[in-house]
Design a protein around this ligand. Structure first.
Ligand code: NAP
Length: 463
């Protein structure tokens, strides 16, 4: 017997599934605590680490991406290893994790999206914003998507920060995009884009918009696009007006929207039109979207203080050739791991996975990030979220059922991966790939030129 799990002779073996922000913050919190000796393996189904920082954060928001330096420090710790290109449900399955790790953390995020559930949603030209975001960020699973940017009018449903990202990317000039790390194929496609009008639909009013202030401000600074807001839409009802008193973001957003409304059209070639109190009710067209029917809404305060909206039976039609629903992400179930379909998350109690919503705790299994709490918050929100889960894990160490010492040996999982023929990516492999991307970027005055296919990534580091 090598010792109790968590001792120096038998460190606690932890698997983290998913190398995005929440996974790295969990690893960081495990390293930081002083009581338990840990040995951590981080898995990701893609060769590349960093999840949404690489494939979600907009390519023109490079500063946000510098957070990867923190994650890099974490993975360089001798107690941490990285195994990229190893998918749960592919090269390894749930039962393997249970056999080789004392504790498992799911940091698998929310890779799918919510549906509008309206007629015509399945027509060609109707997409989720998540697909478009993953495409322009060079996510290997989305690199072959085709968006018809020969249309002149596009609708974006929802007014969160993802909607703002998509709006900006569609509205930016080639010169603006060419200095980012947007995927090469997307840069080329957007260069030839004929999109002129971007209609942004908010089902509620301007005081309920979910975007943050820098994002709406950025729309007012675009080289080739004017923002069009009808000043009448910014006249608030009493309840919305009162809600501003406790909401600084909404107050600032309103001020920015006032400025944009006053400025109006200045003759730039593209226009971003905001439509408040409008819900799409049908996408129309034979095979592809040609127009969108929308219903006018009215706001209703509820007892909880939340302001909801209802259609008033008045309808309008917008001619649009592309529709992006940007109404929120959603996690996807993992075989062998509980899933609460109603909320689209792994059910949990402060990060401890439960068999059902509010059900029994599943020993040894934990969750962090969007898979834990749903798709809300910025990257930094994941830090306290992961710290909470790690605190629960540490509390549970004294009662855990450990894996065998033979399986806990760090070489055991490596042997299993080799036996399965997994071409796993080490962190050193990633550093090699990153250096090539950076080098290619330098040559073009860009932060990096991304590899967008897994086969190319493997070939580049001679796997
Ligand atoms: P979000 O902030 O939750 O926004 C979703 C939007 O969709 C809301 O305007 C919501 O309206 C609307 N919506 C939901 N269901 C709808 C329906 N059935 N019909 C019409 N509209 C509907 O989500 P997100 O934009 O996907 O962003 C996810 C998280 O990532 C957020 O926390 C966001 O701040 C963060 N993020 C941050 C950045 C950044 O920091 N730059 C960038 C991207 C994402 P209601 O309010 O009426 O529900």
């Amino acid at each position: 017997m090598a010792g109790k799990p968590g001792s120096s002779s038998r460190p606690l073996r932890v698997a983290i599934v998913g190398a995005g922000p929440s996974g790295f913050y969990a690893a960081g919190a495990l390293l930081q605590q002083k009581e338990i000796h840990v040995s951590i393996d981080i898995f990701d189904r893609l060769p590349t680490p960093y999840g949404l920082v690489r494939y979600g954060v907009a390519p023109d928001h490079q500063k946000i991406k510098s957070v990867t330096k923190v994650y890099e420090r974490t993975v360089r710790d001798s107690r941490v290893r990285y195994f990229g290109n190893v998918g749960l449900g592919e090269e390894i399955v749930h039962a393997d994790l249970k056999n080789y790790y004392d504790q498992i953390i799911y940091a698998t995020g929310a890779s799918s999206d919510k549906q509008l559930n309206i007629p015509g949603e399945e027509l060609a030209g109707s997409f989720s914003a998540t697909e478009f975001v993953a495409w322009y960020n060079g996510h290997p699973d989305f690199a072959d998507r085709d968006f018809d940017l020969s249309v002149e009018s596009v609708a974006i449903i929802g007014v969160g920060n993802v909607a703002m990202d998509v709006t900006r990317i569609l509205a930016k000039s080639y010169a603006e995009l060419a200095e980012t790390d947007i995927a090469d194929y997307a840069l080329e496609k957007l260069r030839d884009s004929r999109v002129k009008r971007i209609h942004v639909l908010a089902r509620r009013g301007p005081a309920q918009a979910k975007f943050t202030n820098p994002e709406i401000k950025e729309l007012g600074e675009l080289a080739e696009a004017d923002v069009i807001i009808n000043p009448i839409d910014l006249i608030l009802d009493e309840v919305s007006q009162a809600s501003l008193e406790s909401d600084r973001t909404a107050t600032r957003n309103l001020e920015t929207m006032q400025e944009l409304a006053e400025r109006g059209a200045t003759g730039k070639p593209k226009q971003i039109h905001f439509h408040f109190l409008r819900s799409p009710v049908e996408l129309c067209g034979d095979r592809a979207v040609k127009s969108m029917r929308m219903e006018v809404n009215e706001l209703h305060p509820t007892e909880s203080g939340y302001i909801t909206c209802d259609g008033i039976g008045r309808f309008e039609t917008l001619d649009v050739g592309l529709v992006f629903r940007s109404i929120g992400y959603r996690s996807v179930p993992i075989p062998g791991v509980p899933f609460y379909d109603k909320w689209g998350i792994i059910p949990n109690e402060k990060g401890r996975v439960t068999a059902t919503h509010k059900g029994e705790v599943v020993p040894g299994e934990y969750v962090v990030g969007w898979a834990k709490r749903g798709p809300t918050g910025v990257i930094g929100t994941n830090k306290p979220d992961s710290v909470e889960t790690v605190a629960a894990m540490m509390e549970d160490v004294k009662n855990l059922t450990p894996v065998t010492d033979a399986n806990a040996a760090p070489g055991a999982i490596v042997a299993l991966l080799k036996e399965r023929g997994a071409d796993y990516f080490t962190f050193e492999d990633w550093l090699k790939l990153e250096a090539i991307e950076d080098e290619r970027g330098k040559a073009q005055g860009r932060p990096r030129v991304k590899f967008t296919s897994e086969a190319e990534m493997l070939a580049a580091v001679q796997k």
